[in-house]
Design a protein around this ligand. Sequence first.
Ligand SMILES: *Cc1c(COP(=O)(O)O)cnc(C)c1O
Length: 385
Amino acid sequence: MMAAPAASSRPRVPLMDLTAMHDDVRLGLDDVWHAALEGSAFIGGEEVAVFETAWAGYCNRAHCVGVGNGTDAIALTLRALGIGPGDEVIVPANTFIATAEAILIAGADPRFVDVDPDTHLVSAATILPEIGPRTKAVIVVFLHGNIPDMAELSDLAKQAELPLIVDAAQAHGSMWRGRPAGSFGVAGCFSFYPGKNLGAFGDAGAVVTDDAELAARVRSIANHGRAPDSANVHEYVGVNSRLDAIQAGVLSVKLSLLQRWDTQRRLAAAKYDAALSPVLDQLTPLHIPEEVVPSYHHYVVRTPQREYVRAALAAEGIETSVHYPIPCHFQVPYRPFATRPLPVSERAAGEILSLPMFPHISDDQIGFVSTALAKSLNRTAGIRG
Ligand SMILES: *Cc1c(COP(=O)(O)O)cnc(C)c1O
C-alpha cells in the first residue's frame, strides 16, 4: 500500500513531474551552463546552429529555424507564406488556443472545423466542406501526439492547392507510417515549452521545412526582418522571436534522451490501457490509428461522468487535467469566427480527461490512478443504475 495522502497541496500522483528527467541529463546541462559563460553568445550562434541541424535531422527535414516559442513558429510560417489580412486558415476547434491565436497574430481569420469523433483530430471529411474562396492554408494539429491519416490530408491539400501546416507542438517523437511528425506538410511547427515532450528551460520553438526560401523568410521575419547577410538591411517589418543559446544547448542535451523518454511514455500508456481494460464499457480511450506511434504528450480518456470522476481522483491526491475544456470557438475573442456548431469538439470538451503522464511515472502510480478511476466509475454506474 502507498502512504496516505499528505496534508500538503502536493498531489500524490502529479499530472507531470519533470524533475526525474533533469536527473537524466544533469551532467550534460553542466556543460551547457559552462559553455554559455565561456562563449558569451546568448542569442543565435553555434549552440543554436547545432540544435537546428540536429532537430532538422530528427524531423527528416532540410531546414530548421529556431524561434522564440511555438505560437510564433506558426504565426511566422503563415506570414512567410504570405498569409495575412483577408485570408482564412482552417484550424480545428479543439486545440490549444495558441494554434488559432497564431492565425490572428498573422492577421488572418481562423476558420474553425470539427474533428473525427474517434481520434479528435481533423480529417478530410471535416475539412473539405469548410474550404472556401478565402481559404489560404490548413493547419493540422497532432493533438496529444496522435496523428491523423496524412495520406488523405496530403491529397486533399494538393487537390485544393493549399499549403498544409502541421502544429506538432505535442508530437515530438510521434511517427506516422515510420515518418517523424515534423516531416509532414510545407512546415512543421514545434513548441519547446518546458512541459512538452522535448522542453527547454523557458520558451522556445522551431519551424522545420524542406523549402529553403520559406526557411529563410521565417528566419528573417523572426529576426527583425533582417536581410540574410546584413545586420542593417531590413526587408520586412519583422518581430523579435529568436532561439537563445542556453535554450538551444538544453534542447541539444535533452534531444539525446527524447526517444527513451517517449518510449517510457508509451510503456506507461500500455500499462494504463491494460489496467483500464475492465472498465472500457464506461470509459472510451481516444483511438490511435494503426499507422501511428504516438508521443503520448497526454494520455486522454473520455467519460460522460468526467466531473464526478475528476473530483474523486482529486480526493485521492491524483492530479488530472482537461485538454481543453473550452473549444476555441467558444472563447470570447474567437466567437466572431464561430460560424456554426461543431458538435464533436463541443461534446469532447465535456468528456475528455488527461491522466497523469510523464516518462518516469511508476507502475505504482499507474496502478493507483487506474484503481481509483475504476472505483469511481463503478460508483457512478451504481448511481445511474
Ligand atoms: C504548446 C502548444 C502551442 C504553443 O506553444 P508555445 O511555445 O506555448 O507558444 C501551440 N499548439 C499546441 C497544440 C500546443 O500544445
